[in-house]
Write a protein that binds this ligand. Structure first.
Ligand SMILES: [Zn+2]
Length: 350
């Protein structure tokens, strides 16, 4: 099982974000809790994990015994409700990906189903991921449900793009903002995996991974897993640098090659970097960072001759960033971006 799933937080005290831990223990200490949530924040910072934990807190079979005391109760993670939610096979906890169920029909059928009482749980929980992908009609149908939600239903809407959510929807939800993880929080999350898997790694190496995770718990743990799979020695800062950063590749030189439309040389460097096991996401990140610095410098010095070229390359590599995850060959989206940039005006220097 992938580390990210194996070490997924299962109760509020497991959550690595301190801010979120405090908010939720406070919220669920009270007798009444919100029936509609909107979780917002960038990818990989625990929105869906938290949504499942909420589903367990309110449905855990142990909860009914102690909730009268008015103190915060963690899910037991042992009863049938808790375990079925953890495994993702509870009939009463529905996870819907709005990216692939974005139309009016899906929302209408959801409205029909929610009126039915839960089969085992106290509450039916609807977790709608990437909710900003819904069509306008689907949002309207969802709104009707949020206006008069049945008592036995809890909605948890998740989004990475809050600005695309209509005010009519967000105003009916308790909005929870998931901030990017701090370095300390990332280190805590990585430590849990390091201890669990007995990984030999230097502290400085762990810090490097945290710095390259862009505030995402998921990216951090994935990078650690990538490193463990590729290296069977203990992980030193040196090894980490070589694997996740571009090692001996000089980004400045690579960028100059691309800007000068020397596609052949640029592609051969990308090829070499892939062969030596450099993570294409990290390489792309570094290229974008470097380009951003270059862009700002061009603007500040008012030279500006390269601004449009740099901006164009930034756009192409940003698109590549999104595609790397789904690409069968990791470095292919970067190669395509380079080719598209160099061959755009049909003038290629060899
Ligand atoms: Zn339980």
């Amino acid at each position: 099982m992938a580390y990210y799933l194996k070490y997924r937080p299962q109760k509020v005290s497991d959550l690595d974000s301190e801010d979120i831990r405090l908010q939720f223990s406070e919220m669920f200490s009270k007798k009444n809790f919100p029936h509609a949530f909107l979780f917002t924040g960038s990818k990989g910072i625990g929105k869906t994990s938290t949504a499942r934990i909420v589903a367990k807190i309110i449905n855990c079979e142990k909860r009914s015994f102690s909730k009268s005391k008015g103190e915060f109760i963690e899910p037991c993670n042992k009863c049938e409700m808790c375990t079925s939610i953890t495994k993702g096979n509870s009939l009463d906890v529905m996870e819907i990906d709005a990216a692939s169920n974005r139309g009016i029909d899906e929302m209408r059928s959801l409205r029909e189903k929610i009126s039915l009482a839960p089969s085992h749980a106290s509450y039916k929980v609807y977790i709608i991921d990437e909710v900003h992908m819904l069509t306008t009609e689907a949002f309207n149908a969802l709104l009707k449900t949020l206006e008069e939600p049945p008592q036995h239903v809890i909605f948890i809407l998740c989004t990475t793009e809050i600005h695309k959510i209509p005010d009519t929807i967000s105003s009916r939800c308790t909005v929870v903002v998931f901030k990017k993880a701090s370095e300390t929080e990332l280190l805590n999350s990585l430590q849990r995996v390091v201890q669990g898997e007995k990984i030999k790694i230097e502290n400085d190496a762990l810090k490097l991974i945290a710095q390259f995770s862009d505030g995402s718990f998921r990216d951090g743990v994935k990078t650690l897993e990538h490193l463990v799979l590729r290296n069977n020695t203990s992980l030193t800062a040196e090894v980490v640098k070589k694997t996740i950063m571009s090692g001996d590749i000089n980004e400045k030189d690579l960028i100059n090659l691309i800007l000068n439309k020397k596609a052949k040389e640029a592609l051969s460097i990308i090829q070499k970097s892939a062969e030596s096991g450099i993570d294409p996401r990290q390489l792309n990140h570094q290229l974008l960072n470097e380009l951003r610095t270059k862009l700002i410098m061009e603007v500040q010095t008012k030279n500006g001759s390269n601004v449009t070229d740099i901006a164009k390359l930034i756009k192409l590599l940003t698109r590549a960033e999104g595609e790397i995850k789904y690409s069968p060959i990791g470095q292919l989206p970067i190669e395509l971006a380079i080719v598209e940039y160099c061959f755009e005006r049909g003038e290629v220097k060899r």
